[in-house]
Design a protein around this ligand. Structure first.
Ligand SMILES: NC(=O)C1=CN([C@@H]2O[C@H](COP(=O)(O)OP(=O)(O)OC[C@H]3O[C@@H](n4cnc5c(N)ncnc54)[C@H](O)[C@@H]3O)[C@@H](O)[C@H]2O)C=CC1
Ligand SMILES: O=C(CO)COP(=O)(O)O
Length: 348
């Protein structure tokens, strides 16, 4: 019998727990109970977040007003949360995944399978690594990914959306993940292209920062569409250069063009970047993130920096003028108004 643990309990982590718990309670090959690891926090009134989730069945900080399901069990002890699970769902902001994997080394079942919902990558001196690779290498488990046009608050309200699972070889495991996530309002399909799916989810966050600048500067819909088109081409080119096995067809799944559109229209990266541009770059991303997202985290600014490190290390800067410009603006080297100036240099 399969047993599921969610590693993470932010905005998307909480919605993933709700989705999954609504299925495990119905499916005979899964234990009803879904454990959800909570990075413990003390709320302004002094209560512990985990205690409040247990009492109210709601993540009052990251997903207020939504019941998770009585079979979701919040657990602040990471080791305890994972020890019995054979299906591990990773869903935290990407910057915390390395530390989490170190803590989990040797602490999980040897027959466990993982899936990463984390949009981001890790860049070290030795090179770039996808988060699913970090999980696979560190924990010695097979790791698929699930990405898509999935603004969490909309899925929490059961508005229809789609998602794409990317798997490496284990089709059977992919089918089990589809069974776990799929609902009438969350339509999940799978493709054999982990890197393609994961690169889509990671790179669209850079384009969303650019789209936010356009919105903040009130440059209009045509400009924003142009940025999304150029962004998609850079996403495809960068993914192919880094991982030649990536399939072009993956960009036309939910994880590709659909996620790019939704994030550029209504995501958190877009929202904070728009505020940054409205303030002429005078208030930092960190300050705006804290004010506007109340504990939720942006991925795009860090990803732009990480991708820029890869571009410089590989001598690819000239080929990615949009990614480069987003890095230069978000790190304060250029003003937000420089967002379309790359056009003079672009060959795209
Ligand atoms: N929210 C959304 O609409 C979607 C998010 N995603 C992706 O899912 C991933 C997770 O995002 P969310 O669940 O939205 O998280 P979030 O943006 O709500 O992040 C906050 C989470 O990080 C935790 N946290 C803070 N400091 C920490 C630390 N030092 N160590 C470990 N955890 C810490 C918080 O406790 C909280 O659970 C990201 O990669 C995001 O791009 C993907 C699809 C949709
Ligand atoms: O990944 C997302 C939607 O699929 C959410 O994007 P943001 O992190 O910009 O809100």
């Amino acid at each position: 019998m399969n047993k599921v643990t969610i590693v993470g309990s932010g905005n998307w982590g909480s919605v993933a727990a709700k989705l999954i718990a609504s299925n495990t309670i119905k499916l005979s090959n899964f234990h009803d109970e879904v454990r959800m690891w909570v990075f413990e926090e003390t709320l302004p009134n002094g209560d512990k977040l985990t205690d409040v989730i247990k009492q109210t069945n709601e993540n009052v900080k990251y997903l207020p007003g939504v019941k998770l399901g009585q079979n979701v069990v919040a657990d602040p002890d990471l080791e305890n949360a994972v020890k019995d699970a054979n299906m591990l769902v990773f869903v935290t902001p990407h910057q915390f995944m390395e530390g989490i994997c170190k803590r989990l080394d040797g602490k999980i079942r040897t027959d466990a399978e993982g899936i990463s919902l984390v949009k981001g990558m890790e860049v070290k001196k030795e090179g770039a690594s996808m988060i699913s690779t970090l999980i696979s290498n560190q924990l010695k488990i097979n790791c698929s990914v699930l990405m898509g046009a999935n603004i969490a608050n909309e899925i929490a309200m059961q508005k229809f959306s789609e998602a794409t699972i990317g798997y490496r070889e284990n089709k059977e495991a992919a089918e089990r993940w589809v069974q776990l996530f799929n609902t009438p309002y969350f339509n999940v399909t799978s493709v054999q292209d982990v890197e393609g799916v994961e690169m889509c989810g990671t790179l669209k966050n850079i384009v969303a920062i650019a789209a936010g600048f356009i919105d903040g500067l009130e440059m209009g819909n045509n400009t924003k569409s142009a940025i999304m088109r150029i962004g998609l081409k850079e996403m495809m080119a960068f993914s192919k250069l880094l991982f030649p096995s990536v399939k072009y067809s993956t960009f036309f799944e939910s994880c590709g063009v659909a996620d790019l559109i939704t994030t550029c229209m209504g995501g958190r990266n877009r929202k904070v970047a728009a505020a940054y541009a409205r303030n002429g770059g005078k208030r930092s991303f960190d300050e705006l993130e804290a004010e506007l997202l109340k504990g939720q985290k942006l991925q795009g600014v860090l990803t732009a920096k990480e991708v820029y490190e890869v571009l410089t290390a590989r001598g690819w800067v000239e080929r990615f003028p949009l990614f480069t410009t987003v890095y230069e603006i978000s790190s304060g080297l250029l003003p937000p108004s420089a967002i379309v100036e790359f056009n003079n240099k672009s060959k795209l």
